[in-house]
Design a protein around this ligand. Structure first.
Ligand SMILES: Cc1cc2nc3c(=O)[nH]c(=O)nc-3n(C[C@H](O)[C@H](O)[C@H](O)COP(=O)(O)O)c2cc1C
Length: 526
């Protein structure tokens, strides 16, 4: 996760974040009347100290928790909960129109309900109706309130309309209670918002550009950025995708040395043909810079990502493991969440912080991983298996620690682990309606990278296989990665060396293009 306080992606040479027209990004911080309102002060500080222009819009109830002078002093801007102040400036319309991002933290159950139903009885709810920029809700409430069918329905409605609703964290709640419903750490909310604010998308402001009345904006590459609350979802079309991909999807035979599907070609960054220079790419940009701001083409989609490396127990203290850090899988989960997906991350032995807005399920062994993935996949639109799952496990696991003796230890016999990716694909063949429309896997190879990748793609029966070469500063435990994504349709998309978040964005572009349009009877979105 990005460091709090670091400059926003798209920062100027001075390090200041840049919004549209080179100005500071305008953030509206909506604050609901929950006990966690005081934590919004920390979020506000993170935004202001990293150069954002923040307008705090608390609700009347929020002001019972933290007063107006605190918000005004910390933001340096006027603060009101009412539509009746400064009426000559028409704040109930202008604040939303001019915003580049609206983030509501904490979002109470009451506020989520009002937003879902389009009520506009105060300045914040009016702002939510007039904003044409990305809207992020960070809910916080007691578990019972969060799990109530009314709240679930309100959250589903908001997500359906393109709003980003972060999953609350698990932990201590008001009073002695604990459970799911805690406001995520302000630093995590901030990092999430920075990804949503990353450059490349239009100014959220309709007031300046006239875009507000259209409710539709075009990013620099001409991508349809509609999909914000109340304006329907966006599916990234193939034409738009071709223009916006950081990676470059080319017919397999366009890659040097490649005679077509099934034949070996040069590894990425090696002898592969130079990517089309006209295709926009990340080229060493910061991880966050890879996301098109406000792109929410995965809104309303459920995705499952696996990350990390499994551990296969030898005895209670020893295991067979691998070098996977989980960085790539976590980047995939963060990126999908920032693009609006409801993400379940199955995490094997990873020490990274839980990404904000992502449901994390922790597992240890390949068998645990299989169980968790199969269960989550049954409700998902797409699965991306980035975890390094052990192929083998000890046939017998000692019940107590194997003692060191003078004699040679007993050999450890291995048995095969289930092939989770292949099993997912097999199940989909048998019951296509209840299984994910898109299944993607990863292959880490040390030699004959693409030849092995193609063979694996055919063997597993998945739609996409992200093939990367291990070593040379890539793959395990490093911030960078490079890959070729092989498609079952014979395509090959080269992703040059760059941040793992950039690679993740390309993978989601490829997944999104293969997802059926909702209610489209299985036809792909593009
Ligand atoms: C001490 C206290 C703490 C509260 N904390 C929360 C909370 O964390 N989440 C929530 O949804 N409601 C909470 N409530 C209830 C809200 O304050 C109440 O629903 C209010 O109408 C929400 O106002 P809003 O729509 O302006 O956010 C709390 C109430 C009290 C008195």
């Amino acid at each position: 996760m990005s460091a709090p306080g670091a400059p926003t992606p798209g920062a100027s040479s001075s390090g200041e974040p840049q919004g549209p027209e080179g100005r500071r990004p305008r953030v509206v911080l909506g604050v609901g009347g929950g006990i966690a309102a005081y934590k919004a002060c920390e979020l506000l500080r993170l935004f202001t100290e990293s150069g954002h222009d923040v307008r705090v819009v608390p609700t009347r109830e929020a002001l019972r928790f933290v007063g107006e002078p605190t918000w005004a002093a910390l933001s340096g801007n006027r603060v009101s909960a009412e539509v009746w102040d400064d009426v000559h400036e028409v704040p109930h319309v202008r604040i939303g129109q001019r915003a580049d991002l609206v983030v509501v933290a904490p979002a109470t159950a009451d506020l989520l309900a009002k937003a879902a139903h389009g009520l506009a009885g105060d300045l914040l709810t009016s702002t939510l109706l007039t904003a044409r920029c990305p809207v992020v809700f960070a809910p916080a409430m007691h578990t019972e309130m969060w799990e109530h069918p009314a709240t679930r329905a309100n959250v589903a409605t908001l997500r359906e309309r393109g709003s980003l609703v972060i999953e609350p964290a698990v932990g201590r709640l008001t009073g002695a209670d604990s459970g799911r419903g805690r406001l995520p750490d302000p630093a995590d909310i901030f990092a999430y918002c920075r990804r949503v604010l990353a450059p490349g998308a239009p100014a959220g402001s309709g007031a300046d550009s006239g875009g507000a009345s259209q409710g539709l904006a075009q990013d620099v590459q001409g991508q349809d950025m509609r999909g914000r609350d109340g304006h329907g979802r966006t599916a990234l079309g193939r034409e738009a995708r071709a223009a916006t991909l950081p990676g470059h999807e080319v017919p397999a035979q366009e890659i040097a040395g490649q005679g077509g599907p099934g034949q070996g070609v040069a590894p990425p960054g090696g002898e592969a043909a130079a990517p089309d220079p006209s295709a926009p790419r990340d080229g060493g940009a910061s991880p966050d810079a890879s996301s098109v701001r406000g792109r929410r083409d995965l809104a309303g989609r459920r995705v499952v990502v696996s990350a990390g490396g499994t551990r296969e127990a030898i005895d209670p203290v020893r295991f067979i493991g691998n070098r996977s850090s989980g960085l790539q899988g976590y980047a995939l989960a963060e990126t999908a969440a920032a693009r609006g997906a409801e993400v379940t991350l199955i995490s094997a032995n990873v020490t990274l912080d839980d990404p904000a807005g992502v449901k994390v399920i922790r597992v240890e062994s390949a068998l645990d991983m299989r169980e968790a993935v199969l269960e989550a996949a049954a409700h998902a639109d797409a699965v991306v298996m980035a975890a390094a799952v052990a192929d083998f496990r000890p046939a017998v696991q000692a019940g107590s620690k194997i003692k060191k003796t003078d004699s040679v230890p007993e050999p450890i016999y291995l048995v095969k682990n289930p092939d989770i990716l292949a099993e997912l694909c097999d199940r989909r063949r048998d019951e296509p309606e209840s299984m994910p429309a898109v299944i993607a896997g990863f292959a880490a190879e040390t030699d004959d990278v693409l030849a092995n990748g193609r063979a694996k793609l055919r063997r597993k029966g998945c739609d996409l296989l992200v093939v990367n070469q291990v070593g040379a500063g890539l793959a395990f435990g490093t911030p960078d990665n490079a890959a070729v994504v092989l498609g079952a349709d014979g395509s090959a998309t080269e992703i040059p060396k760059g941040p793992k978040h950039a690679l993740a964005d390309v993978v989601w572009d490829l997944v999104a293009a293969r997802l059926p349009e909702p209610g489209n009877g299985g036809a792909p979105a593009s």
